[in-house]
Design a protein around this ligand. Structure first.
Ligand code: HAM
Length: 410
């Protein structure tokens, strides 16, 4: 038997209904903040992602040569694509541009619970607003989206400037390594790394930064840096809006394009792969031929959200099985068409089998059986059987519609 590729999943209708229900809530929430949906290609020229996304992502990319000899990549994330699209299409749109997307991404990672090779992101990008208010809005949109589906999670907000300020004297190639150790709270690795580049004296201030509970403590360590007011501004808006968060100046993020504010969210009930959202400020548009434009965004790991939520209530319509013998099938399709026109979910029996077999099959999945026999066809009626209560009555199609639609989801 052929199997699906490692790290991919199949979704049956029940699961898809739950995913779509959660997605619909997030879409509604994003829409209420004024964000409009965009869609970018599933594959892009490889350079789009190699320019600034970073080594980690590069190693995980699905890159292939197309028939024209071009190097293409299945998108490992969507931010670079959205920035490219802004440069290509969005320059004349008044700024700031508020966009969101729901898209599958591809990363060649070692699969485990919550980590897949094909996974979905619900992302938001705010392009062309360079302010504490813009940063705070993006964090609040992420919080609203996650709360809209009822997710329990911890929000951590940081800013790269204090860390970068302390690392100003360190070789840029080593800065990324040091930041990686801080991000992972790997204090042993941090000490060894600083030792190797002759910067051991930075260890206590860097590890102190990670444990700061508020920005003022961080400024005591790194000094009154130029970004201090921006940082204060973000936190004061979050406080004012009563967003629950923790300050964390150790967040470095896995992608290389972040420039300022950074944030992450962690679900309570997931294992190692518990990060459900990540984002921050970045600048990409100038790399793709556009003007340098301040941008800020995040992506929610939609699959992890679904694992964390467990069962999601999805709207379901009552199912009507339209049953008829072969010679009455044309009539059955006509009745089903009337039911569907009234918004009823109607499934016509397609197999040649007796009425008893049709009824017992219908009882496995439908709420009603709508029987179209010769007598009913002549009288312009149907026999509607409530498969839960077991009662049945002959009636007009209009009365059957009224009964079924009045019953609600069952
Ligand atoms: P990221 O942190 O690489 O950021 O991914 C965002 C989220 O996608 C993660 O927090 C996680 O929930 C989910 N995710 C990542 N990899 C996997 C995987 N293999 N399986 C399942 N879920 C996964 C970005 O992609 C940035 N583009 C976010 C952003 C938008 N920054 C600014 N704008």
């Amino acid at each position: 038997m052929l199997q699906k590729p490692r790290g991919t999943r199949d979704f049956l209708p029940d699961e898809m209904a739950q995913r779509r229900a959660a997605e619909a809530r997030m879409r509604e929430a994003a829409g209420r903040w004024g964000y409009g949906e965009v869609c970018t290609p599933t594959f892009e020229h490889v350079e789009l992602f190699t320019m600034r996304s970073g080594e980690n992502i590069r190693q995980e990319m699905y890159t292939f040569e197309d028939k024209g000899g071009r190097q293409m990549t299945l998108r490992p994330e969507v931010t670079a694509s959205v920035a490219r699209m802004f440069v290509n299409e969005g320059r004349s749109i008044p700024k700031p541009v508020r966009w969101y997307y729901v898209a599958d991404c591809f990363r060649y990672e070692r699969p485990q619970k919550g980590r897949y090779r094909q996974f979905w992101q619900f992302g938001v990008e705010l392009i062309g607003a360079d302010s504490a208010a813009a940063d705070a809005e993006v964090i609040m949109v992420a919080d609203d989206l996650l709360r809209s589906v009822g997710l329990d999670y911890d929000l951590k907000v940081g800013f790269l400037a204090p860390m970068k300020h302390l690392l100003a004297g360190v070789d840029p190639s080593l800065q990324r390594q040091v930041m990686g150790h801080l991000d992972k709270r790997d204090l042993e690795g941090l000490a060894a790394c600083l030792q190797s580049c002759g910067q051991a004296d930075l260890e206590s201030s860097l590890s102190g930064l990670v444990s700061c509970a508020d920005p003022e403590e961080a400024f005591e360590i790194c000094g009154e840096i130029p970004e201090a007011d921006r940082i204060r501004g973000i936190f004061s808006i979050l406080e004012g809006e009563e967003i629950e968060y923790a300050v964390n100046f150790g967040i470095a993020r896995g992608l290389d394009y972040y420039t300022g504010m950074v944030f992450e969210g962690f679900a309570h009930n997931l294992g190692a792969e518990n990060q459900v959202v990540g984002g921050g400020n970045y600048r990409l548009t100038h790399l793709f031929g556009g003007e340098d434009t301040a941008s800020c965004g995040f992506a929610i790991g939609f699959d992890r959200v679904m694992v964390s939520l467990g069962a999601v209530e999805a709207p379901s319509l009552p199912v009507v099985a339209v049953l008829a013998q072969t010679e009455m099938q044309v009539h059955a399709f006509a009745v089903a068409r009337e039911l569907r026109a009234a918004g009823v979910r109607a499934e016509v029996n397609l197999l040649e089998r007796g009425m008893g077999a049709q009824l017992s099959h219908a009882a496995k999945g439908a709420d009603y059986a709508c029987i179209v026999g010769k007598r009913e066809a002549e009288a312009g009626t149907v026999t509607l059987k409530d498969l839960h209560a077991g009662e049945q009555r002959e009636m007009t199609v209009a009365s059957a519609i009224a009964e079924v639609t009045g019953s609600g989801a069952r």
